[in-house]
Design a protein around this ligand. Structure first.
Ligand SMILES: [Mn+2]
Length: 295
């Protein structure tokens, strides 16, 4: 079902990247069948893995090396180009890893992969909340005739769980805005975040204990990640994103995450490196209490 990746995330030494022993498993899904604008998300996993080799194992904030929990990376599963087949495959691979009690992080690919991942988590954890960091609400029922577009990611997820929290949003249609209002969805726009007008801690408290976090990298400001297919100005700065993510990991039991929509341009070393570091930071937040301080 899964094979070790030849260039694993972070390039841990043997023993710390072993699939059997690792607590964390990274799953690359280089799929971009659901995009609508800029292409290139299929190249993201390889760029992130390459950039991750430049990361320090040591996290100076934690005073520890999160890699010590073991981080394995599996080879990208062979995914068909049709969205239904892709979702079935992602579901099967993630289910396989969750049955082995792994903390699974999926690297996209575009945002259409997330509903396959969340379906697997929902089966494992029936009372599951989903937190979306994204510039876009992704609440359209269909987009350009397809329910599997990346523009429909949260519409698909809300068919699986009523417990969602969306944050960083700064682009949505009037229809989506009406849906947010009508269904009283927990959605914090970027403007509400900046002005302090949204009780996001209350929104977190209202979610089930176990949550899955989906990070669309376009939630980040261009100064942090410019390489994405549907860019929106005015996103989270690096420290703000880490503050929000740490708050989520402190308040909830995060059972897994994905990071999607990185779209690499030749010569842009910053974007894949920032995304690799963001993934490592999340692993650190997850296991912070179990790590022994290095210094
Ligand atoms: Mn987005």
């Amino acid at each position: 079902m899964v094979n070790p990746h030849p260039t694993p995330f972070l390039s841990p030494p043997p023993g710390l990247r072993d699939l059997e022993r690792a607590r964390v498993v990274i799953v690359p899904v280089p799929y971009e069948g659901g995009i609508s604008y800029g292409a290139g998300t299929s190249g993201a996993p390889r760029a992130i893995l390459e950039a991750s080799g430049q990361l320090e194992f040591y996290d100076e904030v934690l005073g520890a090396e999160p890699v010590q929990v073991g981080i394995a990376t599996v080879e990208a599963p062979p995914v068909p180009s049709d969205p239904k087949g892709m979702l079935r495959k992602v579901f099967a691979v993630v289910t396989h890893l969750l049955e082995r009690d792994k903390f699974v992080g999926v690297m996209g690919g575009d945002h259409s992969i997330t509903s396959g991942t969340v379906r697997a988590f929902k089966k494992r954890y029936p009372d599951l909340g989903v937190i979306q960091l994204d510039a876009h609400a992704d609440l359209r029922e269909t987009y350009r005739g397809s329910p599997f577009s990346h523009a429909c990611a949260m519409a698909r997820i809300r068919e699986m769980t009523p417990s969602t929290f969306q944050v960083g949003i700064r682009s949505l249609s009037a229809d989506e805005a009406r849906r947010v209002h009508r269904e009283n969805l927990a959605l914090c726009t970027m403007e509400q975040w900046r002005s302090g007008a949204f009780d996001w801690k209350g929104a977190l408290a209202g979610l089930p204990e176990k949550v899955f976090v989906t990070v669309d990298v376009d939630v980040l400001d261009w100064s942090v990640v410019s390489g994405t297919g549907t860019p929106e100005p005015g996103g989270f700065l690096w420290d703000e994103a880490l503050f929000l993510l740490k708050s989520i990991f402190d308040a909830k039991e995060v059972v897994g995450f994905d990071v999607v929509e990185l779209s690499c341009r030749p010569g842009d070393l910053n974007s894949p490196f920032a995304v690799a570091k963001l993934i490592y930071k999340m692993i650190g937040f997850k296991f912070a209490r179990q790590l022994s301080r290095t210094v």
